[in-house]
Design a protein around this ligand. Sequence first.
Ligand SMILES: Nc1ncnc2c1ncn2[C@@H]1O[C@H](COP(=O)(O)O)[C@@H](OP(=O)(O)O)[C@H]1O
Ligand SMILES: [Mg+2]
Length: 358
Amino acid sequence: MAPMGIRLSPLGMAVFCLLGLGVLYHLYSGFLAGRFAFFMLSEPAAGGPEAPHGSAPGGAVDLRELLAVSVLAAVRGGEEVKRVREGNVLNAKAKGKTREGAEEQLTTGDLLSNRRMFYLLKGAFPAVQINSEERVDTADQETVSWDHSIPEDIKQKIQPKEVPAESVTVWIDPLDATQEYTEDLRQYVTTMVCVAVNGKPVIGVIHKPFSSYTAWAMVDGGSNVKARSSYNEKTPRIIVSRSHAGKVEQVARQTFGNKTVIIPAGGAGYKVLALLDVPEKNQEEADVYIHVTYIKKWDICAGNAVLRALGGHMTTLTGEEISYTGSDGNEGGLIASINMNHKALIEKLPDLEKTSHK
Ligand SMILES: Nc1ncnc2c1ncn2[C@@H]1O[C@H](COP(=O)(O)O)[C@@H](OP(=O)(O)O)[C@H]1O
Ligand SMILES: [Mg+2]
């Protein structure tokens, strides 16, 4: 008998207790799961257990893991690019025109590489924003999983570093220099992945599928590529677009004189590699890269990150940093250099209103 004459039935007590436990479980399970996930994601790495891959929604991502997956994606996408070219099944068609009226080509190589790169990155980092040059057909998904391994050179050079998932934007170029790919100028072709954090390019991967060379770099982290030991600042060799040149030759000559050597080449990735110390026989060398027409962020983000990681610069022609969030276009042209006085280069450029794409 309970006090005050209230009789408690044992069955009622049991039901009441079970209900109470249910409410408590509901309240705490989400909270505990959240704490557990955060604890796992922020596990320190040096010497300790490896943090799990990927990201919890609104959680953290490890940039070292993102670098490892970016390298893998560029390589795996590159396999498709190479396979399609070697099988001669490009199926090239025009996907539109640039503002200047140049035809933009699309091939099976672009599409298959894009599918592979996108799903690999999306599978490993579902919470991260991924912007890719080609449209992803959701009816044609591919399951490409990451085995969680981090290559030895990345492990040795890069420390884990966590950032909030929502601060990250990944840019994929599944086939840079598509025009040259259709002309079978294989040396210009690259696949690229870039990771921007709060709009700043932080990780860059540029992969050459036909020679299996990969350059990667992380700002404030490390790289597997370096700058050359010297550059010609007085009469620099200028590397420019061969298929979207606009008035770039005029700009280069006006800036550096008529004797300046101008190297027309395909691919934004290739042109950034031309500024670096790259052990490739089919790679030309240049001192400055200039582009004056409109260009998309997936074309330039990886190169921008690599240059920034190595102490170089890629800016608009008026010297502004390019932000890799939001819209996918860059309006202000670009100038890229390393181990040079970048500001002095910009000051030398002629009035852009008269010579640029406008
Ligand atoms: N005016 C423009 N409009 C749109 N894309 C441009 C462009 N100029 C260059 N690009 C793109 O930038 C990349 C490098 O160009 P280029 O080889 O002329 O230097 C190419 O990317 P894709 O091959 O990935 O399409 C090219 O299509
Ligand atoms: Mg491109």
